[in-house]
Design a protein around this ligand. Structure first.
Ligand SMILES: [Zn+2]
Length: 84
């Protein structure tokens, strides 16, 4: 995991899944999206554009204006400095 900041705490919302969820990346291009067909589902995998670390998945069912839900694996997520 590198030090690239991927999400702002302002973009964080409670998805009810128990995973940290965000409705947008902090700046375009910070997160790489890759089609993930594992586990019999087609999902969009999110990776760090800088170091290629697996972050989680992006779903098109976000509750906010962006319509997207970045569902992050907490183990791979480095939280915003303001929160840590
Ligand atoms: Zn990284």
């Amino acid at each position: 995991m590198c030090d690239t900041e991927l999400f702002d705490s302002d973009a964080k919302f409670d998805s009810g899944t128990g995973w940290p969820s965000f409705d947008r990346e902090i700046a375009d291009g910070r997160v790489t999206r890759i089609e993930d067909c594992s586990h019999g589902m087609v999902r969009t995998e999110a990776r760090c554009a800088a170091c290629d670390a697996h972050l989680g998945h992006v779903f098109p069912d976000g509750p906010t204006a962006t319509g997207e839900r970045y569902c992050m694996n907490s183990a791979s997520l480095r939280l915003d400095r303001a929160e840590s």
